[in-house]
Write a protein that binds this ligand. Sequence first.
Ligand code: E4P
Length: 218
Amino acid sequence: MLFFIDTANLDQIKEANDLGILDGVTTNPSLMAKEGITGQANIIKHYVDICNIVDGPVSAEVISTDFNGIIEEGKRLADLHDNIVVKVPMIKDGIKAIAWFTEHDIATNCTLVFSAGQAILAAKAGATFLSPFIGRVDDTNWDGVSLIKDIAEIYAIQGYETSILAASVRNSKHIVDCAKAGADVVTCPLSAILGLLKHPLTDIGLEQFLADHQKAAK
Ligand code: E4P
């Protein structure tokens, strides 16, 4: 399973990249706004900055919702860097645009996915990545991880090549559950990645090893 970081914060992207386990980045308009990145020129510069940190797919989301607008915006984004993946919402014109991008060899990430039916449609259109939002599904009292399981089962039966990119990940357990459920990629906040490191027995064991080493050295 590949690890992407879900942020537009350059320091956090650098920190995750320095761990040596980062495969890519996802952003969305809310994450860009959270970093105060506004205005076309700044947004474009920020995507290029991210691409210069991480050697892997970087999802940049369109804000157009009509076919022609999505195509024009997506082409401009894709021209910024070889690693840019055009992130397109799961709407009628979005699916039509994903099919167009597929025909023109432009990588896509179909976002705002909440059902297996939507996942089938995105795969038929040839999306490179599919982003089911598991945390937001959990928020509505449904089970986000079981959505990943269902999609993984369908994609395996049908031989669809779209990669399942589990998104809206909120904690480290989500990451483990997504790995078991068959996600190809998980995109998560830095805190969820770093949370995977933690176990109290690791801390206690290390403390003991270092203390024993000190004692023996005396
Ligand atoms: C990533 O592709 C999504 O935009 C993101 O994971 C959404 O996460 P949220 O539900 O925490 O906003």
